[in-house]
Design a protein around this ligand. Sequence first.
Ligand code: SF4
Length: 488
Amino acid sequence: MKTSLLSKSKYLSGLQCPKLLWVEVNDPKRLPETDATTQYIFDQGHLIGELAKELFPEGINIPQESFMGNINQTKNLIKERKPLFEAGILTGNLYSRIDVLYPSGEEEWDILEIKSSTSVKGIHIDDLSFQKFCCEEEGLTIRKCCLVYINNKYFRDGEIDPSQLFTIADVTAEVENIAVDTRDRINSMLRVISLGECPEVIIGPHCRDPYECPLEECWEHLPETNVFTLYYSGMKSFDLYNSGIVSIEDIPVDYKLSEKQAIQKESLITGETHLDKEAIKGFLASLEYPLYYMDFETISPAVPPFDGTRPYQHTPFQFSVHVVRDAHSNPEHYSFLAEGTQDPRPMLLEELQKILGDSGSIIAFNKGFEERILKDLGNAFPECEVWVNQVVNRTVDLLTPFRNFDYYHPSQKGSASLKAVLPTVTGRGYEELDIADGKLASIQFEKVTYGEVSDEERNKVRSDLEKYCELDTEGMIWIVERFKQFTE
Ligand code: SF4
């Protein structure tokens, strides 16, 4: 029988799905390459890990370049009872890397796991239970298991203060509660990875819990109109799938669907756009000229970058505003894209105040996001709070007619996002842009603003960002113009 190593990350994959575990160990080429968003999450985790180590100034960093070197050095330093970072424990065919292994009392040790999360989750307890198991197999006595995670109430004020940025939770009791199952789970996973063939697993809620599984092949057999594209379907999609109904068109007439899901099904069967002209007319009637089409792009790093910001707070670095003064005038375009590494908010606010005037509708798509940004700006800069509140009160949400299914086109696939509706309403979309979603915009802005890149790359990204944000607001104009045609 083949024996492979079961590491902590594989153990966690195995808890999610035996097929994922088997592929990761035996056939990792089937997994997609790490994309920019996933890499960003890894990088943030690394950054957080380094900052959290400052909580333990006497800790010794054990180099990780050499697998066996790290393990052997860990063994030696354990004898000296020093606090260790990145301690490697190899016991039989189990391997665990421990963020912080901290000596306590005469003989015992504490395990501290550092996470960029803002709360304790079940998966963290599983993570610690595996580490504890490995340590105990190696003869260490573990006193406490703790999670070091982000305190999202922390506001930056000057240099980052790790003692305020992080919360340490003692989760020893929670780890103890599941410890009894850990050995069985490990044995079962060791059996899975030694199988000559990949186990068959049917897709289910576990594919997205606790993480989105990266193995796309399990979903590839589904047709485009599959039941998982049903609007806000939750477990309903799995119920349908498990009863053999794969396409929305095949859902039986007596199966209970919500009003919006029924519109989606009907639209797919007929191939026709669903249009509630009266509702669209009502939406258009709510708009008051001049119209300001507005969109923000933001960064939301784990470590707050500026004074007065919190972890993961959305901090705007860019806006695009198209102004249409009356029914007959051409749109005017205004934009802002922060330069340099300083806090972009004061300049962004100043520029925005010059453009938005004091009357007329401000149109956003999914306005809750824009409102949150504006309110945060009002809190951070109290002298602007009155103006911010007026702007918030003028904001209208172009998402509303889509979320209400006043308009629905079969190719939206149950989504009401701007990326999904723009092509269906206007025939134009984002496919020609190198930056075509908000997350990538954020990652790329951080990279070219705070990282080391060539001028050429920086200029290219900034130009891509301008195009992307501009299309978001211009696209909204096109939608409103099409709505007018629909209702004529
Ligand atoms: S997609 Fe689902 S079934 Fe397939 S490997 Fe991932 S978790 Fe398992």
